[in-house]
Design a protein around this ligand. Sequence first.
Ligand code: KG4
Ligand code: ZN
Length: 337
Amino acid sequence: MKILAIESSCDETAAAVVEDGRTVLSNIVASQVEEHKLYGGVVPEIASRRHAEAIVGVVDEAIKAADCTLDDIDAIAVTYAPGLIGALLVGVNFAKGLSLATGKPLIPTHHLRSHIAANYISHKELKPPFLCLVVSGGHSHIVEVLSYTDMRVIGRTRDDAAGEAFDKAARAMGIPYPGGVELDKIAENGDDAAFPMPHPHVDGSPYDFSFSGLKTAVINLIHNKQQKGEEIPVADVCASYRKAVVGCLTDNFLKAAEDLGYTTLVTAGGVSANSLLRRELERLCKGKYSLYMPEKSLCGDNGAMVGSQSYYEYLDGNIAKSDLNAVATLPIDKRGF
Ligand code: KG4
Ligand code: ZN
């Protein structure tokens, strides 16, 4: 079964053709990041407008790159939640129109479930159940993936998402948006013991995260140095901060795995491209857990992951009706259509 998948939840307009959930025939991503960089973050209205401009070309390119025509496509999938509402609506409306015009079924797909599904592309043998650390720009969750379409969140952030925590700290150091990527690179050359950082815990909820205190600590450190006219040792600050954020993620994730008896651990979302997170999980899981992480090129937003998850949604009968709408906020274990 060939699915044409469309993703427009944030600042990438993406489309892909994926066969039977696992084989990527094409994967086209048009990023708007250079434009949002000028403003230090994603400007929702600009994102919507750029999606509207790009979507026809991106979808057309995805179909051609897969060596297909629309006739070869069996279903159309689209990210309908969660994300920037105006951005989601561009993809949802486009997909609805295409589905109506072609008579092909429309599969509404949850963005975070798609991030998890990136692993089904990278690791053909991977099947639920497993425990997944979902870390993106907007979410930090520990999720029990009980089946391809049945999930339970057992840990979540109480404030900032991990990606957001990286981006905000980076911004305070003058590193351009999306700072998490650059901060990771700079940290590779820093001393991670240079600045002791707090290790926040959420009382009574051992799998929940809280990054706001950590973010405030690093921002105060930077402001303090600026006020004294001292040079900021950027690489050391990045390395110390990255180590602290990654420590929170790995501690809670491994505790949950141990408590709940999972032996297969998976990561998903943009932050799972983080070099230290990947190294630390490799080290901590060695000989104890089977660890799966998406290849770096599939950690960020893309259409291929939507094409993968939507196949399993289709098998589960999750087909949209003509009144499908976009939903800005929707838990991973809820159905919004
Ligand atoms: O999953 P994603 O592409 O979009 C959302 O669904 O939010 O995640 C984007 C986030 C951004 O905050 C970005 O800074 C972060 O992922 N990110 C990283 C790295 N690569 C992307 N954070 C830390 N280290 C990285 N290497
Ligand atoms: Zn994402």
